[in-house]
Design a protein. Structure first.
Lengths: 231, 140
C-alpha cells in the first residue's frame, strides 16, 4: 500500500514480521515496541491532526502518555532491539514535542513536510516583496542614526525619543505579522477539516511561507532596538 | 572564524554610503537574505561616455561576512564595464575572503546585489531611451 506520493504506508515488525500502520508504536500482532524505521511525521507520531492552532493541553497529554509508553526504564530487561526501539522512539518523541509546542517552529515544520511531499512551489517565493526590503532598510538606517547620536554624546532624552519613534512602526509590523500568521493558520486548519483540494492548500502554504520569510528581518530590527537600550 | 581579509573589510569597509538613486546613470540593488535577516544595498554609477563603472557604494545591515562581501564587491566593480561586472561570481568572493561554508550565502547575497544593481541601471537606460525618443518626436 502506498500513499499518493508513493511513500510506503506500512512498517514491518522486526520481531514477528507483521505489518503495522506508520502511526502505531507497538506491533498490533505481537505487541512488541516497533523499531523506528518507517514512521510518520511529528503530527502523525503524536496522533494529532496536521493543524497549526493546536490544543496545547492535548499536545502535552499525548506527549506524556507516549513518554510513559516508550520510557527506556520500562525496557531495561528486554531484548537489545526493544531497548534500542524504546530509545529511538523516546528521542523522536522529544524532537516532535519540542517542535510542535512552539507555534513558529510548528509552522516551519508544516511547510517542510508539506513541501517534501512533492508539492513545493519550486522556490519561487524565496524573496520578500521589494517594498518590505526598502522599509526594513530605512528602519535600519534610522537605528544607525540613533546609534551615532548616542555615540556622539547627544543627551539621553533626545536619542531615546527618536528610538521610541523608530520602535513604533517596527512593533506595528511585528503585530501585523503575528495577526497574519494567526489568520493563515486558522485558514489552514479549516482546509484540513474540509479535506479540500491541493490548490487551496498550496495557496495557503505559499502565503504562510512568504510571511515566515519576513520574520528574521523584523526580529533583527527589534534586536537592534534592544541593543541600543541595553548598551 | 573570520579570515583577516574579512576582518579588514569589516573594520575598514570600503565605499560605504549611497549614490543618488534617481540619477539615470546610477543602478541600485537592494537584496535580503530571509534566513538571517540581512539587508544589503549596492549601487553603481556608470560613466555614460565610457560605459565603465566609475563609482560603487554599499550599505549592509548584517554580519561581518555580509559586510565584507559587499565591501569587496564595490572594490571590484570600480573600473569594470557592466558586462564585466556581471561576470563576478559569488565563488570569487568566497575564495578572496576565505569564507567558511556557513557564510557562503553572504557571498551569494553580494552577487545578487550586483545583478540587481546592474539590472536597475539597464532598466533606467532602456527607459530613458524611449523617453528621449518620445520627447524627440515633436521637434523632428
Amino acid at each position: 500500500m502506498t500513499s499518493e506520493t508513493g511513500a510506503p504506508t506500512v512498517q514491518i515488525c522486526a520481531n514477528c514480521g507483521g505489518g503495522a500502520p506508520l502511526d502505531v508504536h507497538f506491533c498490533p500482532q505481537c505487541t512488541k515496541i516497533l523499531s523506528l524505521g518507517r514512521h510518520g511525521d511529528y503530527f502523525a507520531f503524536l496522533g494529532i491532526p496536521r493543524k497549526l492552532n493546536l490544543d496545547g493541553s492535548e499536545l502535552e497529554r499525548k506527549f506524556r502518555t507516549l513518554s510513559r509508553q516508550f520510557h527506556p526504564d520500562y525496557f531495561y530487561n528486554r531484548t537489545p532491539p526493544e531497548r534500542r526501539a524504546s530509545l529511538e522512539r523516546s528521542s523522536y518523541l522529544n524532537d516532535a514535542y519540542r517542535t510542535l509546542k512552539q507555534p513558529t517552529a510548528r509552522i516551519e515544520y508544516l511547510l517542510e513536510i508539506e513541501c517534501a511531499s512533492g508539492r513545493a512551489s519550486g522556490g519561487a517565493s524565496s524573496q520578500v516583496p521589494p517594498s518590505l526590503l526598502e522599509e526594513v532598510f530605512a528602519l535600519n538606517e534610522e537605528l544607525d542614526t540613533v546609534r551615532e547620536m548616542r555615540e556622539e554624546g547627544v543627551p539621553l532624552h533626545e536619542w531615546r525619543s527618536r528610538l521610541d519613534r523608530a520602535r513604533g512602526p517596527i512593533e506595528a509590523k511585528r503585530a501585523k505579522h503575528e495577526r497574519d500568521l494567526e489568520a493563515l493558520s486558522a485558514e489552514w486548519d479549516a482546509l484540513v477539516d474540509q479535506e479540500t483540494n491541493a490548490d487551496d492548500r498550496m495557496r495557503v502554504l505559499n502565503l504562510l511561507r512568504e510571511r515566515m520569510l519576513e520574520r528574521n528581518y523584523i526580529q533583527n530590527l527589534l534586536a537592534g532596538i534592544e541593543r541600543e537600550l541595553t548598551e | 572564524m573570520y579570515s583577516n581579509k574579512v576582518i579588514d573589510h569589516y573594520e575598514n569597509p570600503r565605499n560605504v554610503g549611497s549614490l543618488p538613486k534617481d540619477d539615470p546613470h546610477v543602478g541600485t540593488g537592494l537584496v535580503g537574505a530571509p534566513e538571517c535577516g540581512d539587508v544589503m544595498k549596492l549601487q553603481v554609477k556608470v560613466n555614460p561616455q565610457t560605459g565603465i563603472i566609475d563609482d560603487a557604494k554599499f550599505k549592509t545591515f548584517g554580519c561581518g561576512s555580509a559586510i565584507a562581501s559587499s565591501s569587496l564587491a564595490t572594490e571590484w566593480l570600480k573600473g569594470k564595464t557592466v558586462d564585466q561586472a556581471l561576470a563576478i561570481k559569488n565563488t570569487d568572493i568566497v575564495n578572496e575572503l576565505s569564507l567558511p561554508p556557513v557564510k557562503i550565502h553572504c557571498s551569494v547575497l553580494a552577487e545578487d546585489a550586483i545583478k540587481a544593481a546592474i539590472s536597475d541601471y539597464r532598466k533606467k537606460q532602456h527607459g530613458s531611451v524611449t523617453v528621449e525618443e518620445a520627447t524627440a518626436q515633436p521637434n523632428a
